[in-house]
Design a protein around this ligand. Structure first.
Ligand code: ARG
Length: 263
């Protein structure tokens, strides 16, 4: 995670960002700290990446890389405003992980924003989004680097511009998603792979209820996503709500703020 020390909305690269709305920086930091504390209280180890001035979106640390089996596929951001973040993540893996392999990408991709992993499905598969940020060529590149099957899914709604705004992994085998965020063909792919998926609706997705982090038991999600909280509880998980109203002004929530490390 990376603290929102320099977080602002000074450019707009997704439909949620409005440069005329001021961010409350102190509140953003407080809310971020409560997410970090929620994770540590649940027993998770959180590494903190130092925020760099001039990179206001660095708080969305999920976008900086994607790792599976201790192999890290680095990010290459679509927009120049975020390009500098990739090196910060690269330095993190070089300093903080032992014997992990880091691969700098050739293709545009925004890390865990558009890639996620299910260790218990078909021996371990990657789901990957494209349509707004990540280039589909990055899916093939990731598959060659990671040696795991990569399933390409096309995102079609600009409000849900990263995979992690439209789909989340709940445990080793189960996902939840908002079908209409995907093309009709990708909806069929998801229905075939995950007939037992927990389906979300547009209001869940708009409340950033799919932008969640799950440890397989606790599902951490934005406070606004009350209906989604009820759905995950009914499916057998324990919802834990955290208020991230300020981060929503930049078009992200819980998942965007957490890069998961998969040794
Ligand atoms: N303002 C950021 C952007 O548009 C938000 C990124 C949200 N991150 C995420 N993993 N969906 O790039």
């Amino acid at each position: 995670m990376c603290p929102p020390e320099h977080f602002t909305v000074e450019y707009a690269i997704n439909p949620w960002m409005d440069t005329k709305i001021a961010v409350d920086g102190a509140l953003a930091l407080k809310q971020w700290a409560s997410l970090r504390d929620t994770l540590t209280d649940l027993g998770h180890l959180v590494h903190v990446l130092d925020a760099r001035p001039g990179l206001p979106d660095m708080v969305y640390s999920a976008n900086g890389a994607f790792s599976v089996d201790g192999t890290v596929y680095g990010a290459r951001f679509k927009y120049p405003q975020r390009a500098g973040e990739a090196d910060e993540h690269r330095a993190f893996y070089a300093e903080k992980t032992d014997n992990w392999r880091f691969f700098a990408p050739e293709q545009v991709n925004e890390g865990e924003g558009d890639f996620t992993y299910l260790p218990g499905a078909y021996g371990g598969i990657v789901l990957a989004g494209y349509g707004f940020r990540t280039d589909p060529a990055a899916h093939a590149e990731a598959q060659e680097i990671l040696g795991r099957p990569v399933i390409s899914l096309k995102l079609v709604d600009p409000a849900f511009y990263h995979l992690d705004t439209a789909l989340a992994v709940l445990d080793d085998r189960h996902v939840t998603y908002y079908p209409e965020a995907f093309s009709p063909a990708s909806q069929r792919v998801l229905a075939q792979l995950f007939p037992d998926a927990l389906l979300a609706d547009r209001s869940d997705a708009e409340a950033f209820g799919l932008n969640l982090v799950s440890d397989g038991r606790h599902v951490i999600l934005n406070t606004e996503a009350t209906a989604m909280g009820h759905k995950v509880r009914a499916a057998g998980y324990l919802p834990v709500h955290v208020n991230l109203s300020e981060l929503k002004l930049g078009g992200g929530s819980v998942k965007c703020a957490v890069a998961e490390l998969r040794p």
